[in-house]
Design a protein around this ligand. Structure first.
Ligand code: PMV
Length: 297
């Protein structure tokens, strides 16, 4: 079964669109997919109950067309099952793109490398995001704990300790394209402020990698908090995300921040250990927010 992985950006979203580095962790959840010969080209997506033909006009059909053209012409049916929330900052569309690409590869008897899969899935991503940095499709294809910078080979990070994360969903979705466009508008109005924020975030990414390599989780948590404050200064946070970050910190998280595009979607928190991670999940449940534990590194 083909698989495309979800991801959580631990530090550096949005700056990564402008060529700065970001640090992300691959998740165990994602999209599974399978392709078979059929009477005509079709893509089925569960549990959304969506059926797409390349002849349709919406974005999903355009994305399917963008990757479908890379493969033999004989008709194919792809069935994908999505286990990630969409529009929640966990790279759902890239995971779907990678799942579909890998299913088509298996069907066509091709065995591309992870980097080639990521490259093919970028065609899919471009339909949704216009100007994707490439972090989502790279993470969806490779997973692990990666330092990503546009135009450079991703660098695996060796964290000294296991990293216990809590991912909490605010329940409201947002459009990555809209959030990226909003930051671009802010940058047109006040380039110095926005570039200054991204340079500070880039320094946090650098320090964060060093902290993980040395096993300094407390320092890493503080960097997550600082990164969140800078993202909030770019109006990417919401009341719900603020409440969730506060709740996670009060329940013992070493740091918490929005993850992905913001404007809704998910929060990621760093727990000092597995037990605390489950406590944080429970306390988010008390404020009616769905959350799950993930491990990186
Ligand atoms: O919200 P997501 O999962 O699509 O993540 C977007 C990450 C951004 O840095 C905001 C955009 C990008 O292309 O890197």
């Amino acid at each position: 079964m083909a698989f495309g992985r979800g991801k959580a950006i631990l530090l550096g979203e949005h700056g990564v669109v402008y060529g700065h580095p970001a640090l992300a962790a691959g998740l165990e959840v994602g999209v599974t997919a399978f392709a078979t010969d059929a009477k005509e080209d079709r893509l089925f997506i569960d549990p959304w109950d969506v059926e797409v033909s390349p002849a349709d006009t919406p974005e999903l059909a355009a994305a399917f067309r963008a990757v479908r053209g890379l493969y033999p012409e004989r008709p194919v049916e792809v069935r994908a099952t999505v286990a990630l929330p969409a529009g929640a900052g966990l790279g759902c569309s890239a995971a779907l793109g990678v799942g579909v690409v890998r299913a088509l590869d298996a069907w066509a008897g091709e065995t591309p490398t992870d980097d080639e899969v990521a490259e093919r899935a970028l065609r899919w991503e471009r339909v949704f995001h216009g100007n994707p940095s490439g972090i989502d499709n790279t993470m969806a294809a490779r997973g692990g704990l990666l330092l990503f910078q546009h135009g450079a080979a991703p660098v695996p990070v060796r964290a000294r300790n296991p990293i216990h994360l809590v991912i909490g969903n605010s329940g409201s979705s947002s459009s990555t394209r809209a959030m990226v466009d909003d930051v671009a508008r802010q940058r047109t109005r006040s380039q110095k402020k926005v570039d200054g924020a991204f340079e500070a975030i880039a320094a946090m990414v650098k320090n964060g990698v060093a902290a993980l390599e040395r096993g300094e989780l407390k320092n890493f948590g503080q960097l997550m908090d600082m990164n969140h404050a800078l993202l909030a200064s770019l109006m990417l946070s919401t009341n719900e995300l603020e409440t969730m970050c506060q709740e996670a910190r009060s329940a013992g998280a070493l740091g918490a921040k929005l993850t992905g595009a913001g404007g809704g979607g998910c929060m990621v928190a760093l727990a000092p250990n597995a037990e605390k991670a489950h406590e944080i999940v429970r306390s988010l449940g008390h404020i009616n927010k769905e959350a799950f534990v993930a491990q990186a590194g």
